[in-house]
Design a binder for this molecule. Structure first.
Ligand code: ATP
Ligand code: MG
Length: 532
């Protein structure tokens, strides 16, 4: 690799020249002179012989295998040539361009600076000895040549020392940058925590994004400030275990973001020690998706099992039911319907039979697998009709209705399925507001051919611990005879059948909001497709 020259070398040279001048080490000015020419010529002439002896000496001293000596010999002769050029013409700095680049990436960068410098010192020694022999008869010349050699050599040593330090600093900076990059780009939240007080020392970009805090805002927060209060003890145990065993992990912790959202994470903590420094490295992997999938899977498996059971039971009951119904009609023909008690009993029996029939229909709907036909449905209109249907009960309960219909075109959907969804959600909302309140029904179209329908009430709300159960069949909080607990499970299975999503938000005493998103091709497009 060819050494490169860059302008920072200039300032390097000037700096060292300044130190030498300041310390009165620069006796001979850095300009061409006869003395400089003579020293350069001497080094060129005697250098190779000195190098010959030198290679054998340092080769043994440093345990360098003999097959490498030739390369070292050649390298040193080239170096002396460049140095002699610099001595005769201080403007020629090629020797330092090479030295600098070799200290960074060349052969000599693999060893310690002291090893390299001791070799250089020995060579200067050998050259000086030869000089003493050659100029033995000219003591004055010998003195000035030796002094110039000493000056140039000292300059060389200072440069080499700085080059070595500079190269190591550069390595460190590169390592630091690549460490930083790999931490920042890791697909996980990473924190570095103080060993004694568990405060954040550093956090990566992913942590900033997920937590909603800047790095400098997190610095100084403790691990407990990043998890919800009720999980503090667990987080403390995680760190304690890490102190004892060197590492630890947990899956039952959450990170609490600036907005207060809880993100389920896999916490992996490690104790890192180097020198007398100790800290914790915490890697947190967001497992929300996995948790969501797991709970969806559990929910749909449960639904499928219950669906099969329900379908079986419903079919079994349907036949005896039909027989009882027939018998009831027969009875009403035969018995004395003039007797009001008998008439009333018969009516009660018929009404209750109708209710049983409805429950069975619900059960069958819940367990129905096949995809129903799509038709052109005006969702706004369907909602309006459903609300009209319930007008009376809403009026009795003092429920005010607010509609915000944002859908502009009819959709391709299944009318019966939608009606069932709306009826159930609106009935639940009305039932949740026995003292009256506000029912809000909203529709809007979303990108990617989806529609959103939201039914919200200002009723009693659903307790947190019930939220995971409300879609389960037969889960009800209503008095016997008032609710079978099938409404929401039917809604859930219908929504899933049409590849939609349902979500619920609720606050005790404030109300509940159910939001449904369904894929729904707008009929404008459907009509256009039919036209083609
Ligand atoms: N809007 C709401 N506000 C408060 N609680 C609700 C609301 N919707 C549903 N719930 C709760 O969820 C439970 C289950 O609802 P779901 O519709 O499945 O059954 P149900 O209304 O009890 O009976 P069914 O609908 O079969 O007559 C309810 O009993 C109630 O506790
Ligand atoms: Mg209901």
């Amino acid at each position: 690799m060819e050494p490169v020259y860059d302008s920072s070398l200039e300032s390097h040279l000037r700096r060292i020249e300044g130190y030498m001048r300041g310390c009165l080490l620069l006796t001979y000015p850095r300009e061409r002179s006869a003395l400089r020419e003579e020293l350069a010529a001497f080094i060129l002439q005697e250098g190779p012989v000195a190098v010959e002896e030198w290679v054998a000496l340092i080769g043994r001293a440093f345990n360098i295998p003999e097959w490498e000596w030739q390369g070292i010999r050649q390298g040193m002769n080239d170096a002396l040539l460049r140095w002699s050029h610099h001595i005769s013409n201080p403007e020629d700095i090629e020797t330092y361009v090479y030295l600098r680049s070799h200290a960074r990436r060349g052969f000599i960068s693999q060893f310690s600076a002291s090893r390299f410098l001791s070799g250089q010192m020995k060579l200067r020694h050998m050259v000086a000895e030869r000089m003493r022999d050659k100029y033995a008869m000219q003591p004055e010349k010998l003195e000035s040549l030796t002094a110039l050699l000493q000056q140039e050599f000292q300059e060389r040593l200072l440069h080499i020392t700085d080059f070595f330090v500079e190269a190591r600093e550069e390595d460190l900076r590169e390592q630091e940058a690549s460490y930083r990059k790999s931490i920042d780009n890791a697909p996980a939240v990473i924190f570095r925590l103080d060993y004694d007080v568990a405060t954040v020392l550093d956090a990566n970009i992913v942590a900033e994004r997920l937590m909603g805090y800047r790095r400098d805002e997190m610095a100084g927060m403790r691990l407990w400030d990043l998890v919800p209060a009720q999980e503090r003890a667990r987080a403390q145990r995680l760190l304690h275990e890490t102190k004892v065993r060197g590492h630890s992990d947990r899956e039952d912790l959450h990170l609490q973001t600036r907005r207060g959202d809880l993100v389920p994470v896999f916490f992996n903590a490690g104790l890192i020690e180097y020198g007398h420094q100790r800290f914790f490295q915490i890697v947190c992997v967001d497992i929300s998706d996995r948790k969501r999938l797991e709970s969806q899977l559990i929910q749909s498996e449960k639904m499928a099992a219950i669906g099969q059971l329900a379908a079986g039971i419903a079919h079994e009951i349907r036949n005896p039911l039909a027989i009882i119904m027939n018998a009831l009609y027969d009875l009403s023909e035969i018995v004395d319907t003039a007797n009001p008690e008998v008439r009333e009993d018969l009516q009660i029996a018929k009404d209750e039979m109708a209710r049983v029939q409805e429950i069975i229909n619900n059960l069958l709907e819940f367990s129905r697998e096949s995809r129903a036909e799509l038709e052109r449905v005006d969702i706004n209109d369907l909602l309006r009709k459903t609300l009209q249907l319930m007008h009376k009960s809403m009026q009795n309960a003092d429920v005010r209705v607010i509609t915000e219909f944002g859908l502009s075109a009819p959709c391709m959907a299944n009318q019966n399925a939608l009606r069932q969804i709306f009826l159930n959600l609106i009935t639940n909302a009305v039932q949740a507001m026995p003292q009256g309140g506000e029912l809000r029904v909203r529709t809007e179209s979303l990108p990617d051919k989806r529609v959103r329908i939201a039914v919200s009430d200002t009723g009693q709300g659903i307790p947190e611990e019930h939220l995971k159960d409300i879609f389960n069949p037969f889960f009800t909080t209503k008095a016997p005879g008032q609710g079978t607990g099938l409404g929401l499970s039917v809604v859930h299975s219908v929504v899933r059948r049409f590849h939609g999503d349902i979500s619920v938000r609720s606050k005790i005493g404030e109300g509940t909001s159910f939001t449904i998103e369904l894929p729904c091709q707008c009929t404008e497009e459907a009509d256009a497709a039919a036209f083609i």
